[in-house]
Write a protein that binds this ligand. Structure first.
Ligand SMILES: [Zn+2]
Length: 122
């Protein structure tokens, strides 16, 4: 396994299964992130550097190594599909909506015309 993949797996295993991103305010279980915070520490994460883990959230559950490996396997398949210019969900040819000139050249999105959703932001 590549070093980058191993790092990803470790990071995935150190993030609660219910975490949705702090911008959402609450996790999949409806727990407010504010209520799981103690100083700079939040219950949604764990790692070997945290000496006294914050366990304010009783819903916290961390993925197993098998879960992480499976997630990575699926993510790699999706990435490969997008590289081939195909929608990872329906195989339709993606519309390249990236910026072609200027300062933001290469940035933008790839959109699936069938799913009608952005599949990747670049
Ligand atoms: Zn699609």
């Amino acid at each position: 396994m590549l070093e980058a993949e191993e790092k990803f797996i470790q990071s995935y295993m150190d993030t609660c299964c219910h975490f949705t991103g702090l911008q959402h305010g609450t996790c999949q279980r409806g727990v407010a992130y504010k209520s799981a915070r103690e100083g700079k520490s939040i219950s949604c994460f764990q790692n070997e550097h945290i000496l006294t883990p914050n366990t304010l959230c009783r819903e916290r559950t961390f993925p197993s190594r098998e879960d992480a490996v499976e997630y990575l396997r699926r993510a790699n398949i999706r990435t490969q599909k997008v590289r081939e210019g195909l929608c990872p969900d329906c195989n339709a040819e993606l519309i390249d909506n990236t910026i072609k000139d200027g300062q933001h050249k290469g940035h933008g999105s790839l959109i699936c015309p069938k799913c009608e959703k952005v599949k990747i932001w670049i």
